[in-house]
Write a protein of this length. Structure first.
Length: 102
């Protein structure tokens, strides 16, 4: 199982990305959080409110998720990273597997 972390510029974009991935059955569920971000862009330090998405999925779906996000994300360089979940509540892990496709 993977958790995929994605950032978006506003809640509308975060929900759009999340719904897109859910409708394609690439993720089983998502959490959306407001965050304060600081980063370098065009040689200037930026400070913005963004929204982070944590999407739960199968290991095998990362490349498809990354490809879909590139198609619809409003950022030129979206943050799309994942971390492998080594241990999980077995019924939850089964549910994620059941609700996603490869």
């Amino acid at each position: 199982m993977l958790f995929v972390y994605i950032t978006a510029g506003n809640v509308k974009d975060a929900k759009n990305i999340s719904k897109h991935l859910l409708q394609k059955k690439l993720v089983a569920c998502v959490n959306i959080f407001p965050i304060e971000s600081m980063y370098w862009f065009n040689n200037e330090l930026q400070e913005n409110t963004e929204f982070s998405i944590i999407a739960k999925t199968r290991d095998e779906n990362f490349e498809k998720i990354d490809s879909e996000i590139k198609k619809i994300h409003t950022y030129d360089v979206p943050c799309v990273v994942a971390w492998k979940i080594d241990k999980a509540h077995k019924p939850f892990e089964k549910w994620v597997s059941k609700e996603t496709k490869i």
